[in-house]
Structure formats: C-alpha cells, structure tokens
Design a protein around this ligand. Structure first.
Ligand SMILES: Nc1ncnc2c1ncn2[C@@H]1O[C@H](COP(=O)(O)OP(=O)(O)OP(=O)(O)O)[C@@H](O)[C@H]1O
Ligand SMILES: [Mg+2]
Length: 262
C-alpha cells in the first residue's frame, strides 16, 4: 500500500491506561519527524491527546463533537500544532453529547468515516486516539480505519480484555468495514526486570506472531512527564529511551507498510 491516500490507524484497547494516547500522540509526532503529513484525531471525551499536544480549547473553538453532530467539517475544526509538526482534531468533554446524539442515527458508526473520506488526499497518515471503551465513538474509529494498533501492557490482566476487542474487530469486519486489518500489538510501559512481563510477552508472540511489533516501549519517566509540557517525548527529551522507542515505532510502522522511513 502506498502513502498516496491517507492511511487511517485507530489506536484502540478498551482497557484503560495502557498507553493508547501516549502511543497515538508519539507515533503521530514520530511520523511527522519523518516528514509525513499527519492528522491526529482525539475521539476520547477525556481529551488527553488534545491537552497532551499542548492545546487548550477556547470557548469558540469547535471540536470533533461538532463534526460528529454534523455541524462542522473536519477542516473547520482542525488545528495546526506547529511544535508537534502534525494537525489535530481536538476533543473535550463535549464529545459525550455527540456520543448520545449518535445513538439516534441509523448509521451511527459511519459518521467519522464519511467526514474523513474527502481528506484522504491531504495527509499521509491519520491516527485516531480511542477512548477506553467499546462504545459508539470507538465504533466510529474502527469503521473509519484501515488498520488497528493495539497497545498492550504486559501484565497479568492484559490478555483478558483482548478477546472482547478481537470479537468487536471481527464484527466490524463482517459488517461495515470488511477491509479492516489488525496492524499489530505494541508492548508499552515495558519493565524488563519484571518476570511476568517476559512471560506475557512470550504469550503474545505465540498468539500473534509477526503482528507483535518488535519495537518495545519501555517504562520511562520522560514519557510520563512530556504531556504536562504539551510535548511529545520526542520533542521533550530526544535522547530518552522513550523517545528512541517511539521514533523506532514510527520507523517500524512505515517499514511494515512498505515505505522508506527516511
Ligand atoms: N512508556 C511509558 N512510561 C512511563 N509512563 C507512561 C508510559 N506510557 C504511558 N505512560 C503513562 O501512563 C498513563 C496512561 O497512559 P495513557 O494515557 O497513554 O493511556 P491510555 O490507554 O490512553 O489511557 P485511557 O484509557 O485513560 O485513555 C499516563 O499517565 C502516561 O503518561
Ligand atoms: Mg487515552
């Protein structure tokens, strides 16, 4: 697949706090660093990808909420985040209103896809940061997406929710989005000293084969600090292990797509 038409990636795991936002934001920043045109979409009412990008939403700033309500187009709500090198579709708590409104629509999961379709020529990569739930917002992301990236923390309960997520992906493949594919699983907040991490990691490798990304994101305090400065870890501390890992992830993502990362 070429990079001529934007490739849309949903970063999803209904388990909370596994590193979805961190991965979506830093992958977006890493791809921008590799001179790709990138759009990051925040589809989580928590708005962590928005604040983590250093964006404060003013009173008059429309967000993804307006797009999903049919009141604005994506270009009308998109912000250029110059420090990051990517564009952002911001979100905040208003998104829960859109979530409720969507429930009244017949085609409730296809709204984001329809809004994104005209923009495919404008970006190389679109990355969607999903909320920690298999709700109608996540369904919109999975319907719009070409691929799903699943961040995983290698701990005991990590595998539990995976079946529900894989079932949901299958349902979407069988209905509205037959071309949806799992891009891969990424190990996040990895602690090499923890024996359990190694065991879960091996299990993931056995189950998912080459869908398991070889890039492993270590637990690294710089990664956790960066969002409070509204920066990616790549901008915050380029030499940190977290930054090196996320730049590596962007490279692996491009190589798997058959593109030259340089
Ligand atoms: N590699 C890492 N090293 C250290 N801390 C990390 C790392 N990755 C993420 N964190 C921290 O862990 C917390 C959860 O990460 P993040 O917000 O990315 O998860 P999430 O899956 O998006 O959460 P939610 O389900 O609430 O949306 C955050 O405080 C984040 O800064
Ligand atoms: Mg998040």
């Amino acid at each position: 697949m070429s990079e001529r038409r934007a490739r849309i990636l949903a970063v999803t795991n209904q388990k909370g706090g596994v590193g979805k936002t961190t991965t979506a934001l830093n992958l977006a920043a890493g791809l921008a660093e590799l001179r790709r045109r990138v759009l990051l979409i925040d589809i989580d009412p928590q708005g962590n990808a928005t604040t983590g990008s250093g964006v404060e939403i003013g009173e008059d700033q429309p967000t993804l909420c307006e797009v999903l309500m049919g009141e604005a187009t994506i270009p009308e709500v998109t912000l250029q985040v110059e420090d990051m090198g990517f564009d952002l579709v911001p979100a905040n708590g208003d998104l829960t209103a859109a979530e409720v409104a969507l429930m009244d629509l017949e085609d409730r999961s296809g709204v984001l896809k329809a809004a994104l379709d005209p923009l495919r020529g404008r970006y190389h990569h679109v990355i969607i940061d999903c909320p920690p739930a298999l709700n109608v917002l996540t369904l919109n992301a999975l319907t719009a997406a070409d691929r799903v990236l699943i961040p995983m923390q290698c701990e005991y309960y990590a595998l539990e929710g995976l079946t529900a997520l894989l079932n949901t992906i299958e349902q979407i493949q069988d209905s509205v989005n037959p071309d949806l594919e799992i891009e891969g699983l990424v190990r996040t907040m990895f602690d090499i000293r923890n024996n359990l991490s190694g065991a879960v990691s091996r299990q993931l490798g056995e189950h998912f084969g080459d869908k398991l990304y070889s890039t492993v994101v270590p637990r690294n305090v710089r990664v956790a600090e960066a969002p409070s400065y509204g920066q990616s870890v790549i901008h915050y501390d380029r030499e940190s292990r977290g930054a090196v890992a996320y730049l590596g992830l962007a490279g692996e993502y491009l190589r798997r797509l058959g593109a030259d990362p340089r």
